[in-house]
Design a protein around this ligand. Structure first.
Ligand SMILES: [Zn+2]
Length: 229
């Protein structure tokens, strides 16, 4: 069975998330999730989406349960941050008691995103009782998870980066997720190479053995044919 990842575009429907004028977090993150999905599927990774359109989502515990029930290997919630107009950069949030592998997995995604274009590295964050102790996505999931804040919707430069590098960000997330689940990411900008997995390579020594066996079989048939003549 294919490895599955849950993509959770935050907010939706009645909940716009953070906003700047008419720009809503819920729209940015849905567009992003819908761009990441086919990139993962092209790598043979299954995707469970908590929403695929602008609808009000069930409570976070239920969304996590969708991923738990589907046996997802990783859960990524997609968000955009909000603060004063100067705050900018990218962060991922993991559970306050996340283990090292979970931190490392979030770091894979962050590294890929920071490689797209320079911006502030806000790091892989563990909440504290004073500061986002634990997001629901990191509480109710049974698999490793993280909440991504891809730039601040309240910062003009971050919005510019989000739009200008949208395709690269989507691919960066897909690359990071593939690394997390141990799938070798293959670039998609070249045509399909056909049914690769039907190609069989026979080592030379086996080939020689096979030829000898065939020759023996042919000889035996020939001999049998002579006998009947
Ligand atoms: Zn959000």
């Amino acid at each position: 069975m294919a490895i599955k990842i849950c993509l959770d575009p935050g907010h939706g429907g009645n909940d716009p998330g953070a906003l700047l004028g008419k720009r809503y977090e819920k729209d940015d993150v849905l567009r992003l999730a819908l761009a990441v999905k086919p990139l993962l599927e092209a790598q043979g990774v299954g995707v469970v989406m908590t929403r695929t359109d602008d609808k009000t989502v069930p409570p976070i515990a239920e969304r996590c349960q969708m991923a738990n029930n589907a046996g997802c290997a990783y859960y990524l919630s997609l968000h955009r941050d909000a603060a004063g107009p100067a705050a900018h950069g990218i962060s991922l949030w993991v559970h306050s008691r996340a283990n090292d592998p979970t931190v490392r997995k979030a770091q894979y995604i962050l590294d890929e995103l920071l490689a797209v274009t320079p911006t502030q590295n806000r790091g892989v964050q563990k909440g504290t009782p004073q500061n986002y102790e634990n997001f629901g996505v990191n509480v109710y999931t049974t698999m490793a998870s993280a909440l991504l804040e891809l730039g601040f919707i309240t910062n003009a430069d971050d919005n510019d980066r989000f739009d200008r590098y949208f395709d690269q960000y989507a691919e960066a997330i897909a690359r990071g997720l593939c690394k997390i689940v141990g799938v070798d990411y293959k670039a998609q900008d070249r045509p399909s190479e056909g049914p690769q997995d039907e190609t069989i390579t026979i080592p030379r020594k086996d080939w020689n053995t096979l030829c000898a066996a065939l020759q023996a079989a042919v000889d035996a048939l020939r001999k049998a044919g002579e006998g009947d003549g």
